[in-house]
Design a binder for this molecule. Structure first.
Ligand code: RUB
Length: 316
């Protein structure tokens, strides 16, 4: 890693890489805070060196995990705030943009929660996949509105993020039924909504989320269960407007099977994709802090928010 990158930023990058810090919104929040630390701790001699240092820090964070677009969106937001020509001015710019970014993220999640909660009726049961703070914001708001909500929670192999969801729902007072991933279709009959988050939403309305989301959505469509994606606009992938695709992270096979078992099995090839793509036709609504959208119309919101330009400010 570049020598100019502050140890705190390195630590944040490692935590994202090892998934100690995980989930698209949380990753974005910690990346913005890391850039803030780089700025406050910088002893750059001049404005040019300061900018170069911040770009190096942003690159180190960017290179951790490839799929959640909230990460580059966060880095872009903070770096684009650098308008001053002095070190002190730039430091101030970064601190203000990072603070503004984190506050906006929190507000967006709360606003999105209110929108999503309106789709949930008193007595509804949801099915979740993985752990999404955006999705849980909808449940939290519904509970605050006095609605009784129950949940069927998929464990989400191989990392079992469903356990985090189960704990969080329990804290909200939502009764939870935990199931193995392969039991999802069986229990779709008992639920009123599938509610998931997103790591990225493409311009055509495709939703990139934890591996298994697309199979769940296809099964839900077959059973007539509505599929709701909670994704604040930070998850919109501007590059997909100009033909870029979303890179799907392949993770270590040790998450699936340990070396000893692998050898006993005759060393088969193991694949461990972390995410998949759900085509827009399997999604009923994308719930954002700007309201809910049919997936096919999300591109209109993307143009409004990002324009057409998506160049990366950390590129040298
Ligand atoms: C997390 C995941 C979540 C999205 C949305 O995957 O797929 O559904 O990131 O989360 P991983 P949030 O555990 O591999 O990071 O709504 O909190 O942004």
């Amino acid at each position: 890693m570049d020598d100019r990158v502050h140890p705190e930023v390195r630590r944040t990058a490692t935590e994202i890489d090892t998934m100690e810090t995980r989930g698209a919104a949380t990753i974005a929040d910690s990346a913005a805070r890391a850039l803030r630390t780089q700025a406050t701790e910088s002893d750059a001699a001049d404005a040019e060196a300061f900018r170069a240092e911040l770009r190096a820090a942003a690159r180190a964070l960017y290179e951790t995990r490839p799929t959640a677009v909230s990460l580059p969106n966060a880095l872009r937001y903070v770096l684009r705030g650098m308008s001053s020509t002095t070190v002190e001015g730039l430091r101030q710019n970064v601190v203000e943009s990072a603070d503004e970014f984190c506050a906006r993220l929190e507000r967006a999640q709360a606003d999105l929660g209110e929108v999503g909660a309106n789709r949930l009726r008193d007595g509804d049961t949801i099915m979740t996949h993985c752990h999404s703070t955006d999705a849980l914001a909808c449940v939290e708001a519904a509970v605050e509105q006095g609605k009784h909500i129950e949940a069927v929670v998929k464990e989400t192999r191989p990392r079992n993020q469903g356990h985090i969801t189960a704990r969080r729902l329990d804290e909200l007072g939502v009764p939870v039924t935990l199931i193995v991933d392969s039991a999802a279709r069986r229990y779709l009959n008992d639920v009123d909504h599938v509610l998931v988050g997103a790591d990225a939403v493409a311009a055509d309305g495709s939703v990139v989320n934890k591996i298994g989301t697309s199979g769940l959505a296809v099964n839900a469509r077959d059973r007539g269960t509505p599929i709701m994606v909670a994704a604040q606009t930070l998850k919109l992938h501007p590059g997909t407007m100009t033909g870029h695709t979303v890179d799907i992270e392949m993770r270590d096979t040790a998450e699936v099977v340990d070396d000893e078992t692998l050898a006993e099995l005759g060393n088969p090839t193991v694949k461990n994709p972390a995410f998949d793509v759900t085509p827009p036709r399997y999604v009923d609504a994308i719930v954002t802090e700007r309201g809910q959208f049919p997936p096919e119309s999300i591109v209109i919101l993307m143009r409004e928010l990002f324009g057409e330009g998506t160049s990366e400010p950390w590129a040298e």
